[in-house]
Design a protein around this ligand. Structure first.
Ligand SMILES: NC(=O)c1ccc[n+]([C@@H]2O[C@H](COP(=O)([O-])OP(=O)(O)OC[C@H]3O[C@@H](n4cnc5c(N)ncnc54)[C@H](OP(=O)(O)O)[C@@H]3O)[C@@H](O)[C@H]2O)c1
Length: 430
């Protein structure tokens, strides 16, 4: 084993600077734990002159991260730039080609190129660590790959995006609209200037596709994740859900079914008593169902400088200890193509909110449509009277097929008395 592990870090933003800080401040601790001096030798970012609040003068500077990957005096290349392609992909490939181990926090990169990069790492005998890419400070990759290695996993689900969880928590607490809370989250730095990836569910889908590969031994397949974001959730939906005994959370859910793997990201009603319902603000949680362990729940901070850098450093300690582990839990060559269970086969209960004109016969028309589609109603709320005006009708269904609910939705859209796009939210009775 080496006495020194040399690290080259590309990207000196939130996570990069956090990583440098831990490597400097916990040097002795990391040496004691890994038996190796984990030391930064080279760094790269866009602007050399920027004050980053850490001392960088002792490290070789590279303007070009790919050049650093090819030429730096390093054993490990740490990619903390971001983006699914471009310099992140180019530099990670260059580092692996050279036989360096790689650590990245970049879920977008792995969701797009995970299989190819895992194969390359395997061919070169290198380790590809991505603990920081999923659920930030929660050690979910290590837990699934090592701690739960004795289990056949049948379902993984979780709150994987702190921005969405913060927005939903705040909407519930204040009754404010999605737009107002998003603006506030942006002002506080909890949401990006362009929030599309977060609130649209794409970031969650990136992470879910990695967990599905790891849990089920299948190739990463981001394109087959059904994705819906939280943009259409209203404070009214959150209040109705609460009244009915639920909270609304954006979940990523990957399930092994008889038809294949179902991967979906969308807002869900979760029962108030479910552990995941109590996960608030920017926190993340992941629940893994294994045949031997039963249900294992992990909760913690999913983003931010400290938690994400903590995960990056854990990968570095693994590498310092000599670990070269299969990226997705089994040999990259043994990963099977993901056999998809399409969303139309999903079965579950649903929350439906219809805006309808308050007039005689409307309730009957709604219930007839559901009955003719074969959907049975669990409960129904229509409160207040406003003759001739639009009022909400909220319905919870019993378990039914997604394809059946979609047919019912089409019919509701055709009704003159239905004045707005119906709101449909899936219920997860964990
Ligand atoms: N922030 C989090 O809480 C968090 C959590 C989990 C995962 N991640 C992931 O971690 C990665 C980094 O995120 P971050 O929040 O630290 O990003 P960030 O604060 O925006 O930092 C990005 C860094 O990359 C550098 N950079 C940009 N283009 C570059 C290029 N062409 N060559 C070299 N360096 C370049 C920037 O340089 P300048 O500073 O000179 O502009 C900056 O230092 C992303 O993949 C992100 O998804 C972040």
């Amino acid at each position: 084993m080496k006495s020194t592990l040399k690290i080259a870090i590309a990207g000196l933003g939130t996570v990069g600077v956090g990583t440098v800080k831990i490597l400097e401040s916990s040097r002795e601790l990391l040496k004691a734990r890994s038996g190796c001096d984990v030391t930064v030798t080279a760094v790269s970012a866009r602007s050399k002159g920027k004050d980053r609040g850490v001392e960088l003068s002792g490290y070789a500077w590279f303007d070009d991260a790919a050049e650093m990957a090819r030429e730096a005096d390093a054993d490990v290349f740490v990619e903390l730039v971001g983006g699914s392609d471009g310099i992140a992909l180019e530099s990670v490939k260059a580092a692996l080609e050279r036989g360096l181990s790689v650590v990245t926090a970049n879920k977008a990169l792995l969701a797009a190129h995970g299989v190819e990069l895992a194969r390359l790492a395997e061919a070169k005998g290198a380790h590809l660590g991505y603990e920081a890419a999923v659920a930030g400070g929660i050690p979910i990759i290590k837990s699934m790959r090592e701690g739960l290695a004795g289990n056949q996993i049948d379902r993984i689900y979780g709150i994987l995006n702190g921005t969405c969880n913060y927005i939903l928590t705040k909407m519930e607490a204040t009754g404010e609209t999605f737009g107002a809370v998003l603006e506030e989250a942006q002002a506080k730095g909890y949401a990006e200037a362009d929030p599309t990836f977060d609130v649209g569910g794409i970031d969650t889908a990136h992470k879910l596709s990695l967990l599905a590969a790891l849990g089920f031994g299948v190739e990463v397949n981001f394109d087959e994740v059904t994705v819906e974001g939280i943009e259409t959730i209203t404070a009214e939906d959150i209040a109705y859900a609460r009244e009915l005994g639920y909270r609304i959370k954006l979940l990523g859910v990957a399930t092994r079914t008889a038809l294949g793997i179902e991967q979906r990201v969308h807002p869900c009603l979760v029962p108030l008593g479910a552990p995941i319902a109590a996960v608030d603000d920017v926190f993340n949680a992941v629940v893994v169902n294994g045949d031997a362990v039963g249900q294992a729940t992990f909760e913690g901070r999913g983003a931010g400088e400290g938690p994400t850098a903590s995960a990056v450093v854990s990968d570095l300690v693994d590498i310092a200890r000599g670990a070269v582990l299969p990226t997705f839990g089994i040999a990259a060559s043994a990963l099977e193509p993901l056999k998809v269970s399409a969303m139309e086969h999903h079965e579950g209960a649903y929350y439906l909110r219809l805006q309808v004109i308050d007039q005689p016969g409307v309730m009957a028309a709604i219930t007839v449509i559901l009955a003719e589609c074969g959907v049975s109603i669990d409960s129904i709320i229509q409160r207040g009277r406003a003759p001739g005006e639009s009022v909400p009708v909220v319905i919870l269904t019993h378990e039914t097929k997604e394809s059946v609910m979609m047919t019912a939705l089409e019919q509701f859209r055709d009704q003159d008395a239905v004045t707005a796009e119906p709101q449909l939210i899936r219920i997860e009775n964990f």
